[in-house]
Design a binder for this molecule. Structure first.
Ligand code: NAD
Length: 333
């Protein structure tokens, strides 16, 4: 199949591009390179385009026609929670506006298959630790709200003109499938700790008095290589006549606490710096772990890699990027 991957020069997108090509698909990447890097897509064609810019729809229609696009994986989005609180309108314009433009171009070009990057951020602060796709969605920041709005737009296009779609709700994505595909963003626990260690500073634990076995928050870390393979399976799924579920969690189904992640970082890096315990952050649920029975049943997918695989590969890629003189992307202020 000829697949257009928006955001394919980004961290997750570059893994999706490689996995799709390994599975025999032809890929064209559309990316504005705002956080992505052209060298990550290898020799796949790359169209540099901001999906939210004026004229983007016409340009996308040209790409669809030129490459005979039959399916789309839509990852292009802004993803910094803090920045989304500062610039909610811009997040809406980029993430929801960009998707609207994409859907209009897909409809015009007769492209009927879409895999949409959603997020566990749609759940907000759920009452229990293990969350299923049928649980209430109540995002607590503008970023999560754009993802929920995206899921709804995609479902509405399904009802209106027959778009076949799957929204994948990613949990905490980590690791690297290759040293040149590491996560450059210092936005999740693992890369934040790497960045602090590089600066000779202690890792920080935001609260150790949560109602969890060791008092620290528990999250579900899914290896980016596993996640990329879920996209390939999701595209295949869109060709089946029966498609009961259009929203799927992507996680391991097993949680790891902040202390367990720090222990895995210690094993991977050999660094023994003692963590510092500081105040809780507002809006951090004690536990957020994916129910994964639905994705196993619908796509036949389950995670193969564990936390140590994610942390070890993330560290190797982190060192690779520093040795190459690449700067990490820190949170906007
Ligand atoms: N990383 C995570 O833990 C995580 C968790 C849940 C959901 N997601 C979602 O997964 C997707 C990919 O995230 P990532 O971690 O790879 O981030 P990333 O920033 O590395 O990738 C996003 C890519 O999209 C491009 N892009 C951004 N805005 C664009 C626009 N308007 N037009 C064209 N291209 C644009 C960027 O240049 C980049 O290459 C996003 O939709 C994100 O919200 C990520």
């Amino acid at each position: 199949m000829s697949v257009m991957v928006t955001g394919g020069a980004g961290y997750i997108g570059a893994h999706v591009v490689r996995s799709l090509r390994e599975a025999g698909h032809a890929v064209v990447v559309v990316d504005d390179l705002s956080t992505g890097r052209a060298e990550r897509v290898g020799d796949a064609p790359l169209v540099e385009l901001d999906l939210a810019a004026p004229g983007a729809r016409e340009r996308l229609e040209e790409v669809v026609a030129q490459h005979g696009v039959e399916g789309v994986v839509h990852l292009a989005a802004k993803k910094q929670v803090g920045e989304s609180v500062q610039r909610p309108d811009w997040y809406h314009e980029q993430n929801v506006g960009g998707l609207e433009t994409l859907l209009a171009a897909m409809r015009a070009g007769g492209v009927e298959r879409l895999v949409f990057s959603s997020s566990a951020a749609v759940y907000g602060e759920p009452p229990s630790g293990l969350v299923g796709e049928g649980d209430q969605t109540r995002p607590i920041n503008p970023y999560g709200a754009t993802k929920l709005a995206g899921e709804r737009l995609v479902a509405a296009a399904g009802a209106a003109w027959g778009l076949r779609h799957v929204s994948l709700r990613y949990f905490n994505v980590a690791g690297a499938g290759a040293d040149d595909l590491g996560d450059p963003a210092v936005l999740n626990l693992i890369t934040i700790v790497f960045d602090l260690l590089d600066q000779g500073r202690a890792p920080r634990i935001f609260g150790d008095d949560y109602p969890t076995p060791d008092g620290t928050c528990i999250r579900d870390y899914v290896h980016v290589q596993d996640l990329a393979e879920a996209h390939v399976a999701a595209l295949d799924h869109l060709d089946r006549p029966e498609r009961e579920h259009a929203v799927l969690n992507v996680g391991t189904g097993t949680g790891a606490s902040v202390r367990e992640v720090l222990a895995a970082v210690r094993r991977a890096t050999g660094d023994k710096t003692e963590p510092e315990v500081v105040e809780r952050r507002p809006g951090d649920p004690a536990e957020l772990v994916a129910r994964v029975d639905r994705i196993a049943e619908v796509l036949g997918w389950r995670a193969r890699f564990d936390l140590d695989d994610a942390v070890t590969s993330a560290w190797s890629a982190w060192r690779h990027d520093r040795a190459a003189g690449l700067a990490p992307i820190r949170a906007a202020r």
